[in-house]
Design a protein around this ligand. Structure first.
Ligand code: PLP
Length: 360
């Protein structure tokens, strides 16, 4: 007999995160790295998987992994918490460092998961729109946080999706001018040189998030890190589920993070590929005014303002090229140099049509 169970209100209208499904020749929609481990590294990962103690729970604090991460970024292990992707860490922060009703500030546009978790945990989500040029005014943000009783502010720097970055000086000003918890998501900072990690020790109200999913090219293993002073780190470690990072990911991540030269070289290639994509997109925008603006990028993707975003997105999909569409904007992850001509040729053909339609 049915008991007439009903879902509680907050979950009733929740829709799952909906990444694009299906097979596409070019996946440029998730800001993944196009680089894959070579045969030797795959072999190393294979050996790691084979040597795993499958009957045992993982190390709850992922000590070796955190040490490898710490060595990579020159940080003590005592400031680091590992997560099953930084996504899990955002969830833990919203669910445990904040209480029901706390006001959480996000900026728009920014990464959508911040609001998703804030709302899931019944925090009060407060959104501040960015400037018309999509930059963030730090002074306005500070003023807002301090006058609106904001408990926490979460943002990405450099920003996904705008590809714009906030200087270290601006971040320092923000973090040191507010009492609120500042969650600084540096998922893309490996592509830029304004990381705030070196100053983590000077701020009690700061958590910096990092991920292996972008510059490190390891989205599959789901590894993220929270870096914060001991009071926050101890709280995060206490609040997370005990075995949140599986043994294989821990060991593979530690192995990868010990390869500084390889990772630096991968990152350099991605930065170059992005510069090439940016250059060719700007050149398209010069020829096709329907591309209104290409934002400068300090990430591994470009962000484009165009009233034809939706149509261009759909036409690219028909050609088996997946990008992201946000309202009147397109976000395109840097493709491998060998794939760039396919993208640019498709874009140019589509733009010729769009421009023609717009003019007629
Ligand atoms: C991709 C991305 C992440 C990474 O999330 P993981 O769960 O570590 O894969 C975090 N923040 C932003 C802004 C991102 O774009």
């Amino acid at each position: 007999m049915s008991t007439g169970y009903t879902l509680c209100e907050k979950i009733q209208n929740l829709t799952p995160y909906d990444p694009l499904e299906g097979e596409y020749q070019l996946r440029l929609d998730a800001n993944e790295s196009y680089l894959e481990p070579d045969a030797a590294l795959r072999q190393e990962f294979g050996n790691i998987a084979a040597a795993t103690a499958f009957n045992r729970y993982p190390d709850p604090y992922a000590v070796e992994l955190c040490q490898a991460f710490g060595a990579f970024y020159n940080l003590p292990e005592s400031l680091i918490t590992a997560g099953n992707g930084s996504d899990e860490l955002i969830s833990i922060i919203c669910g445990t460092l904040l209480q029901k009703g706390d006001r959480v500030l996000t900026f728009a546009p920014d990464f959508s998961m911040y609001r998703f978790y804030a709302e899931l945990y019944e925090l009060e989500s407060v959104v501040m729109e960015k400037e018309a040029d999509l930059t963030l005014s730090v002074d306005k943000a500070i003023q807002f946080i301090n006058s609106q009783n904001i408990a926490a502010v979460i943002f990405s720097n450099p920003c996904n999706p705008t590809s714009l970055g906030l200087s270290r000086e601006d971040v320092r000003k923000l973090v040191s001018s507010v009492k609120a918890l500042v969650v600084l998501d540096e998922a893309y900072m490996d592509f830029w040189d304004q990381s705030f990690l070196p100053e983590i020790g000077q701020h009690d109200n700061l958590i910096i998030l990092k991920t292996c999913s972008k510059a490190m090219g390891m989205a599959a293993v789901r590894l993220g890190f929270a870096v914060a002073k001991p009071t926050l780190t101890i709280a995060l470690r206490a609040a997370k589920s005990p075995y949140n990072v599986n043994s294989i990911s821990q060991a593979v991540g530690a192995c990868l993070l010990s390869k500084k030269e390889l990772l630096t070289d991968c990152c350099r290639q991605l930065v170059e590929a992005t510069a090439q994509l940016y250059k060719e997109t700007v050149s398209l925008a010069e020829r096709y005014s329907i591309l209104e603006k290409v934002y400068p990028t300090c990430t591994n993707f470009v962000f484009i303002k165009t009233p034809a975003a939706r149509s261009i997105y759909q036409k690219l999909l028909k050609r088996s090229i997946a990008v992201r569409c946000f309202g009147g904007y397109l976000r395109i992850s840097a493709p491998a140099p060998a794939d760039l001509p396919m993208l640019m040729t498709a874009l140019e053909e589509i733009l010729r049509e769009e421009q023609h339609d717009a003019n007629s």
